[in-house]
Design a protein around this ligand. Structure first.
Ligand code: FE2
Length: 342
């Protein structure tokens, strides 16, 4: 399939459970096209990418959400949450290696795989709060952050990112979370854990805890985000065991409904232990700076049952999906001892 054919197929078959079968071959085609590090300019891919962003922005600007939260999926970990109260961006990054600099002024300008400035400005107008997990360049975006700062919007990020942005004048616009404390930030509440992505070696099969705060480790904010009556869990690439923390959050009334599943480089067993009944929304996909073009999508569709049981969804760049009370009711019922509807 060409990128235009892929785009058209996704438009015909949007992200619904009923379209799972029709979408699976489209994602197999995408995986077949993105097979290496993104090192060359591909005009047809970039044109399709920007067209999808334009369409998403049109719908974000014109649509309203009356119940629950609409998830907008963009590049890799980039998600925007929309409720009746506003918009929250999480780990927004506009393209491979584009986060480090305003892309058209930086090294990635030649790759051309990023949002146009007018697209970035439209998103900055919409977004009330930007939440950033850690200082790896596929999880933040200097271009968007500068525009948010100009508009007086809120940016939440770990201390290391705030420090690294201080020379460029952006650090003073960053708020570091008060960990383990419920905080209202714009249209959402957050409850956070001071986690870490380990850079050093570890013993296979063990929790990666011995090296916390090593020089090459990357401090990572684990976010519980409450918005529109839904609690989202974003662990990013935290390698530390957090089931104890999650259990304490549950006691405080913060039970995760939706997990942004990074699929690689994190500690899934500890989340599974504390949150066996969460809706699974995959992120950190097709991160092209990673070997092989990043995590593949089509393997997700091997788990047909996850889609059939309405426990999993995947969205491509610019697609959206509504999370509401009706979707979550079976999972919430199962969590409290009831039987999950089949
Ligand atoms: Fe990452």
């Amino acid at each position: 399939m060409t990128w235009n054919e892929i785009d058209a197929a996704l438009e015909r078959h949007p992200a619904t459970f009923g379209n799972t079968q029709a979408r699976a071959p489209v994602f197999a085609a995408i995986d077949g096209q993105i097979t290496d590090r993104y090192t060359e300019h591909r005009p047809d891919l970039v044109a399709m990418y920007r067209r999808r962003i334009d369409r998403a922005l049109d719908r974000m600007e014109s649509g309203t959400v009356t119940g629950g939260v609409r998830l907008w999926k963009f590049y890799s970990c980039s998600v925007v949450l929309q409720s009746s109260d506003g918009f929250v961006a999480v780990d927004f990054c506009e393209g491979p290696a584009a986060g480090d600099e305003v892309p058209e002024r930086g090294e990635v300008a030649a790759l051309d795989f990023y949002w146009r400035p007018d697209q970035r400005a439209r998103l900055a107008d919409l977004v009330d709060v930007s939440l950033i997990t850690h200082a790896n360049r596929d999880h933040f975006d200097v271009g968007l952050s500068e525009m948010l700062a100009e508009r007086g919007k809120t940016i939440v990020a770990p201390q290391r990112l705030k420090d690294s942005w201080t020379p460029r004048g952006l650090g003073r616009h960053v708020s570091v979370p008060e960990y383990d404390t419920v905080q209202q930030v714009g249209p959402c509440e957050i409850l956070t854990y001071d986690g870490v992505q380990f850079g050093g070696p570890y013993e296979p099969g063990t929790w990666r805890t011995p090296y916390k705060r090593r020089e090459d480790d990357c401090p990572t904010v684990v976010y519980l985000i409450r918005m529109g009556g839904v609690v989202f869990l974003h662990c990013a690439e935290n390698y530390e065991r957090i089931d104890g923390w999650l259990a304490r959050c549950t006691e405080r009334g913060w039970e995760a409904d939706v997990l942004f599943q990074p699929g690689m480089g994190w500690c899934p067993a500890s989340v599974a232990a504390a949150c066996p009944h969460v809706f699974d929304f995959r992120v950190h996909d097709l991160e092209m700076t990673h070997t092989g073009g990043g995590s593949k999508i089509s393997v997700l569709f091997h788990d047909w049952d996850g889609f059939r049981r309405r426990r999993r969804m995947y969205c491509m760049w610019g697609e959206d999906f509504l999370v509401n009370r009706e979707l979550l009711a079976p999972l919430r019922c199962a969590r409290h001892g009831g039987r999950e509807a089949d």
